[in-house]
Design a protein around this ligand. Structure first.
Ligand SMILES: [Zn+2]
Length: 304
């Protein structure tokens, strides 16, 4: 479970604990009998431990205390379980985990998805379901778009361990590259894969800010289960930072077998020119990377 998720559940339990305390105080104020009822189980257990009560008698006494409390609550117009422990998710009792071995509860998967989507650059418009081949100007591009969609869907289906971990999407501006990047991210998150989608520009900016504040800015890019780096080639080219950062991301993710999608306007020559042989040859390494080229007219200028 991520730290963010753990924090969510500990805050949730704290919130429900405070709510229960408030209910107890409210009931005790209305009827002091609640306070003695709250103390009685402890006395029963003491007597049981001291051998002054049989287990059967203790059990019946505990049952009677519960019944009296329930009846008192109902007579006050409240639900009989008003003073029971409060759980937002009774299934996991707000721990986020169920079963043996422990796995994430459905509520935690849903929460994780929400957390991944908020603050990410992933939108809910650009999805495979919303793909519309009618935006393509001719049959050839329509065919290409559909093939691209099928390809990307297969890639997502093979996550978290695609045969070739990396995907490089290359094409001029306005061919829908970012649409596919978003659709891949969205579908991956729906599969429950923690996904980081960002632009290369934002990534390098974050690294530069991190240098200034001495924060550890690169780790999320290295260790995210799935990374989508859009607009590669538009980031600032800072000596000793940009190329080194891209290299480190590619290198460490490959070593850890973590899938990565790169999206760029740059063709092969452009990549070699900008990032140099060491980095560019890694980006187009056919053993690790599936490469798709999008060709054709700019959709944005056509649609407008
Ligand atoms: Zn739950």
């Amino acid at each position: 479970m991520t730290n963010e998720l753990q924090r969510y559940y500990s805050e949730l339990r704290e919130k429900n604990r405070r709510l229960l305390e408030k209910r107890i105080a409210e009931c005790e104020q209305k009827n002091p009998r609640f306070r003695s009822l709250a103390n009685e189980p402890g006395l029963v257990f003491k007597q049981l431990a001291a051998g002054k009560l049989t287990p059967a008698a203790a059990k019946s006494r505990i049952g009677a205390i519960g019944a009296e409390r329930r009846n008192l609550l109902i007579s006050m117009g409240l639900p009989g379980n008003y003073l029971d422990a409060i759980y937002t998710c009774p299934r996991c009792q707000d721990t986020g985990e169920v079963g043996e071995p422990r796995r994430l509860c459905a509520c935690a998967l849903k929460k994780q998805q929400e957390q991944l989507l908020s603050g990410s650059r992933i939108n809910d418009r650009e999805t495979f379901a919303n793909f519309n081949e009618a935006i393509y100007p001719n049959d050839e591009q329509k065919k290409q778009g559909l093939a691209m969609k099928r390809f990307c869907e297969r890639y997502v289906a093979s996550l978290p361990s695609p045969e070739k971990p990396n995907l490089l999407i290359v094409g001029q501006s306005g061919l829908g590259k970012s649409f596919f990047g978003n659709a891949i991210a969205r579908a991956a998150i729906e599969k429950g894969i923690p996904t980081l989608k960002t632009t290369a520009y934002q990534c390098i900016q974050t690294i530069l800010d991190g240098i200034e504040t001495r924060a550890d800015a690169i780790t999320p890019y290295l260790s995210s289960d799935f990374l989508i780096l859009d607009d590669l080639g538009t980031e600032a080219m800072v000596p000793n930072v940009t190329v080194e950062t891209v290299f480190r991301i590619l290198n460490e993710r490959t070593a850890a077998n973590l899938p990565t999608v790169l999206i760029t306007n740059l063709d092969r020559e452009g990549l070699f020119e900008r990032y140099g042989e060491r980095v560019a040859s890694r980006m187009i390494d056919g053993a690790l990377t599936a490469i798709v080229l999008l060709r054709g007219d700019n959709l944005r200028t056509r649609v407008r």
